[in-house]
Design a protein around this ligand. Structure first.
Ligand SMILES: [Mg+2]
Length: 178
């Protein structure tokens, strides 16, 4: 069935049952879809095929009734504009939220193993230069809540470790994902 044919049928339904009744249908179908989603979520570890089938059916019901709601209010252009506007906003929000992880997986594992015994006391983690030993000598400094400073073994800049950490920036464990 093509879209035009579907619209013809829905137009007839509105004419036969009335705008009021078809709006009640939206309410009813949306509540059935809510129930279907709740059932799926309650059984998320073992979703029975009939629960999935029920979900698909309720999605279809809601789409059909929403299509009628759009026809009743003759608002397809406005709805389309809203969809575009909201999708654009969502895209922007996603772009802001996505941050490249600072540590590689092995750096993250290493640091979380090191700080594990005192993780809750870690105030900050910094990447520092050890200028006394040479400009290309680098180490990681961990500062605890009581201002105790712990320096991890020095490594060479050419080892390419902790590349994405900026120098002398105080990172929290949350920043680093550990
Ligand atoms: Mg239904």
């Amino acid at each position: 069935m093509d879209y035009e044919e579907l619209r013809e049928i829905l137009k007839k339904a509105i004419a036969v049952y009335g705008k009021d009744a078809q709006q009640d249908m939206v309410i009813e179908e949306v509540s059935e879809l809510i129930k279907a989603i709740c059932k799926i979520k309650r059984n998320k570890n073992n979703i029975a095929p009939e629960l999935k089938e029920n979900l698909y059916e309720e999605i279809a019901d809601v789409l059909i009734t929403l299509e009628q709601l759009i026809m009743i209010y003759d608002c397809d252009d406005v709805v389309e504009e809203y969809i575009e506007k909201k999708a654009r906003r969502l895209k922007e929000r996603l772009e802001q939220e996505y941050k490249e992880p600072i540590l590689t997986e092995s750096e993250r594992k290493y640091l979380s193993a090191v700080i594990k015994p005192f993780q809750e006391y870690v105030m900050s983690i910094e990447k520092c230069h050890d200028y006394l030993k040479g400009t290309n000598k680098i180490y990681i400094q961990i500062t605890l809540a009581d201002d105790t400073v712990n320096n991890l073994p020095i490594f060479d800049a050419c080892d390419m470790k902790f590349q994405n950490m900026q120098f002398d920036m105080r990172y929290t464990t949350i920043d680093l994902g550990i």
